[in-house]
Design a binder for this molecule. Structure first.
Ligand code: GUN
Length: 290
């Protein structure tokens, strides 16, 4: 059985570090970092993520503001709110929680966000900075995975990292970070990849971000693999108070015994996305004051 990569524990460590920094700001009579969150519609998972983000802000002493809108909000109105947040000197960073309603295009929204306030690391400017020697605000989930690997001292240099899923939020930036920062050799697989197992069996480090429970089975990995499971799918479960449980993309029961390190779901990568958001907000605040 592989060693569990405890994302909750690492996220708590990061939260304590951020809280300490906020304590120093307060002692020096400085204002504290301020994060704004735009949340549109009634998606249950989005509400739950946003609640987690606000709870984390509160825990570290950040100010936070929730701007909540009905699904019917027009793109034009949303543009206006984004412009206001860009201009507002009191706001250090903000995020637009995804997914958006169908009539609002992510491609239209993201470029409007001032990259200095883009604490999700979604804009082209921040995305591109992954491959510069001065990384700016890095995409939150891959940044969290890097922190997890670093703090558990997982060897990455020269290793073969296979990433399943090429999304703009996770897979694509993850691949660049694994090359640039972790110095790994990277293969990216996606929905058109033929014979997925042929690739995953070669992985020393396997990072999966697809959203298909059970996609990675025991016959698809080699012994000693490091597994990072970014999948979080809600499965209806009447025995749970919430009515659902979270499932990753990896068949944990069967794959864990073969691995050297593995993230659980929940409690693996999820908490680190929020911890990264806090680090990025602090970074945006500090740049704002430079
Ligand atoms: N939806 C799912 N993950 C994320 C994330 O990291 N940021 C935002 N803004 N929306 C998301």
């Amino acid at each position: 059985m592989g060693l569990l990569l405890d994302g909750k524990k690492i996220a708590n460590e990061i939260q304590s570090e951020v809280a300490q920094r906020v304590g120093e700001l307060i002692n020096n009579n400085k204002r504290v970092p301020h994060l704004a969150i735009i949340l549109i519609g009634e998606d249950g998972a989005s509400h739950s993520y946003v609640n987690g983000k606000m709870k984390a802000c509160k825990a570290v002493g950040f100010e936070y503001t929730l701007l909540q809108f009905a699904t019917t909000i027009t793109e034009k109105k949303l543009f206006k709110h984004i412009e206001q947040l860009n201009q507002d000197d009191d706001i250090d960073g903000f995020i637009v929680q995804l997914p958006l309603p169908k009539h609002i295009s992510v491609e239209h929204i993201i470029p409007l966000i001032d990259s200095k306030k883009d604490v999700d690391g979604f804009t082209n400017h921040n995305f591109g900075s992954i491959v510069s020697d001065q990384p700016l605000l890095l995409p939150a989930t891959p940044f969290g995975v890097m922190e997890l690997l670093k703090r558990y001292q997982v060897t990455t240099k020269g290793k073969h990292c296979v990433i399943v899923g090429a999304s703009r939020i996770v897979g694509a930036p993850m691949s660049l970070m694994m090359v640039e920062q972790a110095q790994a050799t990277v293969t990216i697989c996606h929905k058109f990849t033929q014979d997925l197992a042929k690739h995953t069996r070669n992985a020393d480090i396997l990072i999966v971000a697809v959203g298909k429970p059970g996609l990675i089975t025991a016959d698809m990995v080699k012994s000693g693999v490091v597994i990072i499971d970014v999948g979080t799918t809600r499965i209806p479960d009447a025995t749970k108070k919430s009515g659902f449980r979270l499932s990753g993309d990896v068949d944990f029961e069967k794959v864990a015994p073969l691995s050297s390190f593995i993230t659980p779901v929940p409690g693996g990568v999820g908490p680190l996305t929020i911890a990264s958001l806090l680090l990025n907000t602090l970074k945006a605040y500090e740049r704002h004051h430079d």
